[in-house]
Design a protein around this ligand. Sequence first.
Ligand SMILES: *Cc1c(COP(=O)(O)O)cnc(C)c1O
Length: 364
Amino acid sequence: MSRTDHKRLFLPGPVEVRQAILRAQTTPMLGHRMPEFAALFARLQDKLKSVFFTQSRVYVSGSSGSGLWEGASRCGIRNDQKALHLVGGAFSERWALVSRANGKRVDCLEVPWGCAHTPDMVADALEKGDYDAVCAVHNETSTGVANPIREIGQVVRQHADTFFFVDSVSGFLGTALRVDEWGIDVALTSSQKAFALPPGIAFAAVSDRVLERAQDIANRGYYFDFLTLEKSLLKNNTPTTPPIGLMFAADAQLDVILAEGLAARWARHRQMRDATHEWALSRGFGLYAQAGYRSDTVTTVANTRGIDVAAMDAFMQRECGIVMDTGYGKIKGQTFRLPHMGDCDMDMLNEVLDGLDAFLESAQ
Ligand SMILES: *Cc1c(COP(=O)(O)O)cnc(C)c1O
């Protein structure tokens, strides 16, 4: 496919990836036992620690983000204890399922889709039960809800044996996440959302106390075992063959991100969010997520006008060469999502919103 045939992705993952980053993947290959690889690993480790705001470590996984769900659950929840999963959308639901599929005992603290979990709800649940971990999704990509992770972290910290695991797959690098300061024990993410990398590589910041606990947990598996990853990390390496091309891309993308500056990057996402909200409301649509908890990286539009989302996507592909989202899971069609994440900027967003206006006019 030539570049001109390429349809730009306006999806909440995978997102559009810039040419320079795609090209970084074609850097001539290294063997992962070569010193040059250790140098790449170490360089990447420093940058990852700085963007996760952690002093501990960040594992690099040759998988999508879901793999690290398994890692967090298997290594961080003891087999005779329970985890509390905060569930309120398709991804938080699935993570609870994944913990169970790995043999863990799970209680779910559920809120209706579109609502956030508040610190009070979590405090209440932690009064009533003993939990090894609270598992929360930072940015629920299906509903467009951003959970108050920092405040929930303050509550979890009141319970010494309860660890805090956070999925920031679609929040990380689009909105603030400060691992050490917020008391997060595992913060995991994928590459293909606000990180704006191709899919296939995932990252998890992991605290020392998770590693201590993991030593006494049986059946941690192999591929996502944090202790196995740790042993290699100490040698600037990975236990199995890593996605080296994607690591080159991540290294290059982190330079771009650090040059933009995290504060500026978060502000850019916030600005795109505000413009998206204004567009949706002024065109007679609703916002699916509860006020006060709306994501900086993706807006889930309530399709109160009842537009045909498949026709909308077809129109956008034909007229603008842009692929649109048509909603996720049980709220597909009843909602559609406008992602404003990664390297998307106001120009790209305005192009999409102008295209949508043209579609709305044509559909009158
Ligand atoms: C996309 C997404 C996932 C799944 O990530 P994969 O990289 O596809 O495994 C998990 N959680 C959230 C919040 C997501 O947006």
